[in-house]
Design a protein around this ligand. Structure first.
Ligand SMILES: Nc1ncnc2c1ncn2[C@@H]1O[C@H](COP(=O)(O)OP(=O)(O)OP(=O)(O)O)[C@@H](O)[C@H]1O
Ligand SMILES: Nc1nc2c(ncn2[C@@H]2O[C@H](COP(=O)(O)O)[C@@H](O)[C@H]2O)c(=O)[nH]1
Length: 210
């Protein structure tokens, strides 16, 4: 809910960044967590070719390397990174408007990009999604069957590096039981909405005057 009521003053939206290894279940978790919520999901740009069933403009903006470089100059990215041979970036434009209107914004990105977001803004809430084990992560990547064996090994190598960075993030959510992980995401969002610094003096004045 972003609507202003006498008991719920307008606040700035939350900027929530989900990060973690490829295949840990970020996308699966995000879809369940955000179902029936009016949240702005940031659709990334990527030079990776679309997978079967992926919808341009909804899952990604699929572009070639030339267009990606142009985008870096023109629209500008909040962050961008190379991952397993492809480029990925978060377009900056729509994010500030959504936050200012009180809408929560969710990014789902790899670890280097999440660290760039941390450096560029204090307001980001960084959530690291953790796999129960490397063998389970492998099982999920193999089960998804969207990469070939060599690409899976490349993603697992990167995953080991990423997991060692988990201490740098605000929250760690273990994605073993999916229902529990979804509940953890709701709990983080609820708690962060209650943080007092997200209320402006104007919003508090509105309560006093109501
Ligand atoms: N808690 C879970 N238990 C078992 N399987 C899961 C769980 N969460 C997700 N999966 C499965 O793991 C696979 C990878 O999930 P998903 O594609 O959401 O990962 P991801 O982190 O978004 O990957 P990428 O970063 O590469 O986009 C999917 O087949 C999904 O169904
Ligand atoms: N730094 C960024 N990482 C991103 C972005 N969009 C997605 N991703 C992450 O890349 C890997 C690989 O994704 P896949 O769809 O090819 O499996 C994964 O960890 C994504 O979360 C982005 O804009 N910036």
């Amino acid at each position: 809910m972003t609507e202003e009521t006498p008991h719920q003053p307008r606040r700035r939206g939350l900027l929530i960044v989900m990060t973690g290894a490829s295949g840990v279940g970020k996308g699966t978790l995000r879809e369940l967590w955000l179902a029936e919520q009016d949240v702005f999901y940031s659709v990334s740009w990527t030079t990776r070719p679309p997978r079967k069933g992926e919808r341009p403009g909804q899952d990604y903006h699929f572009v070639d390397a030339t267009r990606f470089l142009e985008g870096m100059g023109q629209e500008g990215f909040l962050e961008h990174a190379e991952f397993a041979g492809n480029h990925y970036g978060t377009p900056r434009g729509p994010i500030e408007a959504a936050l200012a209107s009180g809408q929560d914004v969710v990014l789902e990105i790899e670890v280097k990009g999440a660290m760039q977001v941390r450096q560029s803004t204090d307001e980001a809430i960084l959530v690291f999604i953790m796999p129960p084990s490397m063998s389970e992560l492998r099982r999920r990547l193999e089960g998804r069957a969207t990469e070939n064996p060599e690409q899976i090994e490349r993603r697992l190598t990167r995953a080991r590096e990423e997991i060692l960075e988990a201490h740098a993030f605000d929250y760690v959510v273990m994605n073993e039981d999916l229902t529990r992980a979804v509940a953890d995401m709701h709990a983080i969002q609820r708690a962060e909405r209650s943080r007092s610094e997200r209320l402006s003096p104007e919003a508090l004045g509105g309560i006093v005057d109501s």
